[in-house]
Write a protein that binds this ligand. Structure first.
Ligand code: AHR
Length: 499
């Protein structure tokens, strides 16, 4: 028999907006994310590009509705000197990318390239400032360079000389990255002081783009870190606090991205679902100091992390992307949606050719990963109103004596009045039926999309790019105020329901 899972949707309690920024991405100068990924060089005549950025990637990111893109790191950010990456390309100095493979960084992709890309794909930029090896002056100059009105300052004059007269729209700024580790190995108390110093000199240059400064956040379950940020930094200079968490089986033995067992999958999902506890507990700490929830939580790095593909540079973090990754994405995004009162941005690591990428490239070829498809199916939740979901019964996915929740759900209603429900059947072997009862609304029509695969290990490859892609879903039946959804094992479903 197919297990039944009962839930109650409570549209009358829908008050919180799901920020579209929960669907954000992250592109670091790491391996083949920027160079030989997004950027192929503006003299490239083989791969169609606009100012060096691949046209097929621009189109794919536009379709995805990427709300924001974080750049240039990651650990790289605290080694990056932005002035090296503006002005004539022939004059730009090279540096060594010390965190990622020790390769030469020639600074050919810089601030103008990145911010123009954001404009083209309709994403808001989220710049990560260099605190670990930079200066207050350098970061304050960067803010001025990108945001000051034309001719208003020495930096905006320099920007115009470099080809851009009007400012870009840049609101989001990270004040360092992982400063407890690669960003400077600081204690939270020390960093809180440094943060205040930097934040003081990062000003808003216009009212539309009021500056949004993000304190480099905790590593996983370091709740003390969040406590110190919230306690020691005055909230008028703190718009957001970060948190990073990767779904990893074991940092010393991460395992292959494509050759893994069901037990490996189970443990990956356990680590992914741990996000629920992390977000809940960090939010509780924030509530203590900020009960009105003015300061946002940004999970500005998340995703699955495995061993690199055999034969590739270990410093490049290139991994394939299977149905397992689609399951991580579906379940994690549901967690963020359900915590939208505090989680107001998240950034999947990373956009192209690195970690849980949405796009992989090989020469002129480009493929969309299962994760891309989940992010696209879920983008209907962007800026919609969260509908609280109450689980009345829960079925579990069991493996031996271990258990995980089998079903993950979130729901929202958009401005046109359409309700979207995203469901994940995490169970690798069993179908599950979810019976959704709706409080105070009558549903008239349902349609949906499903992403599933014959096996956990299935992936899209350069010679088989469409093994996994969304298909029409007809496993949902309407019955008055209840909706019965039968999902095959390993599936992600997004329903659209009209009243
Ligand atoms: O995303 C890869 C790396 O993971 C980032 O550079 C760093 O911030 C994190 O440790």
């Amino acid at each position: 028999a197919i297990a039944q899972h009962q839930v109650l949707l409570q549209p009358a309690k829908a008050t919180t907006t799901i920020s579209r920024h929960i669907y954000g991405h992250f592109a670091e100068h790491l391996g083949r994310c920027i160079y030989d990924g997004i950027y192929v060089g503006d003299t490239n005549k083989v791969i169609p590009n606009t100012d060096g950025v691949r046209n097929d990637i621009i189109a794919a990111l536009q379709q995805l509705k990427v709300p924001n893109l974080r750049w240039p790191g990651g650990c790289f950010a605290d080694t990056y000197h932005w002035k090296d990456g503006v002005g004539p390309k022939a004059n730009r100095p090279s540096i060594v990318n010390r965190w990622w493979g020790g390769v030469t960084e020639d600074n050919s992709f810089g601030t103008h390239d990145f911010l123009n890309l954001c404009e083209r794909i309709g994403a808001e930029p989220y710049l990560a400032g260099n605190v670990g090896s930079g200066t207050v002056q350098e970061l304050s100059d960067w803010v001025q360079y990108v945001s000051a009105p034309a001719n208003a300052s020495p930096m905006s004059k320099w920007r115009a000389q470099n080809g851009r007269e009007k400012p870009w729209s840049v609101k989001y700024w990270g004040v360092g990255n992982e400063v407890w580790g690669c960003g400077g190995n600081m204690t939270p108390e020390y960093y809180a002081n440094i943060y205040k110093q930097y934040a003081t000199f990062m000003s808003s240059w216009n009212n539309d783009d009021k500056i949004f400064r993000v304190a480099s956040g905790a590593n996983g379950d370091n709740y003390h870190w969040t406590e110190v940020m919230m306690r020691d930094i005055p909230h008028h200079m703190l718009e957001g606090v970060g948190v990073h968490h990767y779904a990893v089986i074991n940092w010393n033995k991460k395992g292959s991205a494509t050759q893994f067992t069901e037990a490996d999958y189970f443990n990956t999902m356990k680590s992914a679902l741990y996000m629920e506890e992390l977000v809940t507990k960090h939010a509780a700490v924030m509530d203590k100091y900020d009960p009105k929830k003015k300061v946002a939580m940004l999970v500005d790095e998340w995703g699955g992390w495995y061993d690199v593909e055999p034969g590739t540079n270990p410093g490049f973090l290139y991994q394939q992307n299977t149905m397992r990754d689609a399951m991580i994405a579906g379940a994690t995004l549901n967690i963020f949606n359900n915590h939208a009162d505090r989680v107001r941005m998240a950034n999947l690591a990373q956009t192209v050719n690195v970690l849980q990428a949405v796009i992989l490239t090989k020469g002129a070829k480009m493929i969309l990963t299962p994760t891309y498809h989940v992010m696209q199916m879920y983008n209907v939740h962007q800026d919609a109103t969260l509908i609280p979901v109450q689980a009345q019964t829960a079925t579990n996915y069991t493996l031996g004596a271990a258990q995980l929740p089998a079903i993950s759900i979130s729901a929202s209603k958009n401005k046109a009045g359409v309700t979207h429900i995203s469901l994940v059947n995490i169970d690798a072997t069993k179908s599950n039926t979810v019976k959704l009862n709706v409080d105070g609304a009558t549903y008239k029509k349902v349609s949906g999309q499903i992403l599933t695969a014959a096996s956990l290990q299935t992936y899209n490859d350069f010679d088989a790019p469409n093994r996994i892609q969304p298909a029409a879903f007809n496993g949902a039946r309407l019955n008055g105020n209840s909706l019965e959804v039968t999902m095959p094992p390993l599936s992600v479903v997004v329903l659209a329901v009209n009243e």
